[in-house]
Write a protein that binds this ligand. Structure first.
Ligand code: ATP
Ligand code: MG
Length: 556
């Protein structure tokens, strides 16, 4: 997607100006997830943006776990987040950091503020602090702790650290402006007491810094030049700037906000996903119907398709929502030339070629991808008994149905012309066998004498095909009736997962491993499920169907 005429996004403009004016020499960005859950497609945007900027300007990219809140964080998420980011291709090299490693420096920073008369210990409860804060129309009321002298504040803060106080009994507040029109500046709490075990520092600390205080310090310590975050932090920027100014960092980092990525009709809220998992509606946070990075990977999306998607979305200052169809467009585009096109029969019915020798196996050499010779060829076995898809046969066809029906000749893809002679049904009226004759002169599927057939259908050899389970997916919520019910619960789509248990795939897929993907001719793109597929019982997930009415927006 490299294109010189693509205009620079506003973040790149800011960075280039900073470079030009000498505000920074080396661009230094970071991705700072809190290890409190899985990463989703929105995070992918932030990861690729930060990593991409460091790459583009020859700078540095830090992977930093923002693990300053022991109440919600778990070590298990650290590993899954690392795996997801690696998979996306954002390579942090040896630049892996944990905010919790800076607790000592954060404590010193708080002491520095106290010594400057810029922070004080408060005895108010959380509720009182809220009450005292005032409203948008009304200035706040001073905290009695505001008048404490430096010595007393130093002593009390140290006692907080030493565990003399219970959770919530005391907090440290920044002394800024109780009348500020920006509520974040009305003496925000910057340290609290929390007697908890931290996943990294264990029981070392019983006081923990608040996000708005910790984050600018983390950035400054690491030498981050451009601290990119999402729009909801815009009102927090004055506090960010206040912290780095009061602590007098030599090269203060700069916070820049951009709009979060939202997908239309797609559930990303952790609360909802947790409920879907708990209710057994999805089989974990990597269920292929979700848009966590792990789920997208399991569904068969590629890092390249996600990067293409994020690039197409662009970087913006206003919130908006992108259609899921655009993500589907990107994966189709990415896989089109990269993947083999193979034959799979999802709803099989048997075809018997009566004039074909019973014990014979013929192998046809088939191009893996007609548009990409580099993918080479493979051998596909052909035998007297085959499977075709049930929808490729009709007893009484309507007009313009060119596939198999009694008396009609069709091409078996890559193989022969065959003519349907008869069929048998079971007691329920279901077609069980279709009998055909083949024309040996049409080998390779080529017309021997210029006669034409209008239909070409795919097939697999009944003798050699591998049995498989195929899962078809739709949106997990019913987008036509609305995503939410009146009571706020999700309006689930009963067809979001359809499992086909009796499918057959070409024997060439036998060696396919987890995450390998293919185009199944006429059906879409499919990926070997990483959790449930085994070499005896293969399971494929449909990534996306082949066609869509989706049109890329022409103006970005
Ligand atoms: P969520 O609540 O959805 O998990 P978060 O903001 O709490 O999101 P963090 O782990 O705190 O998740 O965020 C890590 C980084 O990812 C932050 O810089 C955040 O701004 C960014 N981010 C989170 N969600 C999105 C999104 N939808 N689009 C773009 N960036 C996002
Ligand atoms: Mg968060």
């Amino acid at each position: 997607m490299e294109n010189e005429t693509v205009s620079k996004n506003f973040i790149e403009q800011i960075i280039e100006k900073d470079l030009e004016e000498g505000h920074c020499e080396t661009v230094h960005t970071r991705f700072p997830p809190e290890p409190n859950g899985y990463l989703h497609i929105g995070h992918a945007k932030s990861i690729l943006l930060n990593y991409g900027l460091a790459q583009k300007y020859g700078g540095l990219f830090n992977m930093r776990f923002d693990d300053t809140n022991p109440t919600k964080e778990r070590a298990e998420f650290v590993e899954s987040i690392k795996a997801d980011i690696k998979w996306l291709g954002a390579d942090w090299g040896d630049r892996l950091f944990f905010a919790s490693d800076y607790f000592g420096q954060m404590y010193e920073a708080a002491v520095k503020l106290i010594k400057k008369g810029k922070a004080y210990v408060s005895d108010l409860s959380a509720e009182q602090i809220r009450e005292y804060r005032g409203t948008l129309k009304e200035a706040g009321k001073d905290d009695p702790g505001r008048e404490r002298n430096v010595e007393e504040n130093l002593k009390l803060f140290e006692e907080m650290k030493e565990g003399k106080y219970r959770d919530g009994e005391k907090v440290l507040r920044a002394k800024i402006d109780m009348a500020s029109p920006n509520m974040n500046m009305r003496d925000p709490v910057i340290y609290r007491v929390a007697h908890m075990t931290h996943h990294n520092t264990g029981g070392t600390w019983c006081i923990y810094p608040m996000y708005d205080f910790a984050h600018p310090i983390e950035d400054a310590i690491e030498g981050i030049t451009h601290s990119i975050c999402t729009l909801e932090f815009e009102d927090h920027r004055p506090l960010y700037d206040w912290v780095v100014r009061e602590l007098a960092y030599e090269k203060p980092p700069k916070q820049i906000e951009f709009a979060k990525l939202y997908l239309t009709n797609v559930v990303t809220g952790k609360r909802y996903i947790k409920k879907l998992v708990e209710d057994g509606i999805v089989d974990g946070w990597d269920d292929p119907r979700l848009v966590s990075i792990a789920a997208l990977r399991r569904r068969g999306f590629t890092p390249e398709s996600i990067k293409m998607f994020v690039d197409l979305c662009g970087i913006s200052k206003s919130n908006s929502s992108v259609d899921y169809a655009m993500l589907e467009y990107c994966i189709r585009e990415d896989l089109k030339l990269k993947r083999a096109r193979v034959m799979a029969v999802l709803d099989p019915v048997k075809v018997i070629i009566d004039n074909y020798p019973e014990d014979k196996t013929e192998y046809f050499e088939v191009a893996n991808n007609m548009e990409n010779e580099a993918l080479k060829t493979r051998q596909v076995p052909f035998t007297r008994e085959l499977y075709i898809d049930r929808e490729d046969f009709m007893e009484e066809p309507p007009k313009k149905y060119f596939r198999m029906f009694p008396g009609n000749e069709v091409r078996l893809m890559h193989a022969y012309f065959v003519k349907c002679e008869s069929y048998t049904k079971d007691e329920n009226g279901r077609v069980v066998e279709i009998h055909c004759t083949y024309d040996p002169a049409s080998k390779g599927g080529n017309s021997p004498d210029g006669r034409k057939v209008k239909g070409t259908i795919h097939w697999v050899s009944a003798k050699y095909a591998k049995k498989a389970t195929v899962r078809l997916y739709e949106n997990i919520v019913d987008e036509n009736l609305g995503v939410y019910n009146e009571d706020g619960s999700l309006n689930l789509n009963p067809n979001s997962l359809v499992t086909l248990d009796h499918c057959y795939v070409e024997p060439s897929l036998e060696k396919a491993a987890a995450y390998d993907s293919f185009q199944f001719v006429r059906q879409g793109y499919f990926c070997v499920d990483a959790k449930d597929s085994t070499s005896e019982a293969m399971v494929f997930n449909r990534i996306v169907s082949l066609k869509s009415s989706y049109k890329l927006p022409s103006v970005q």
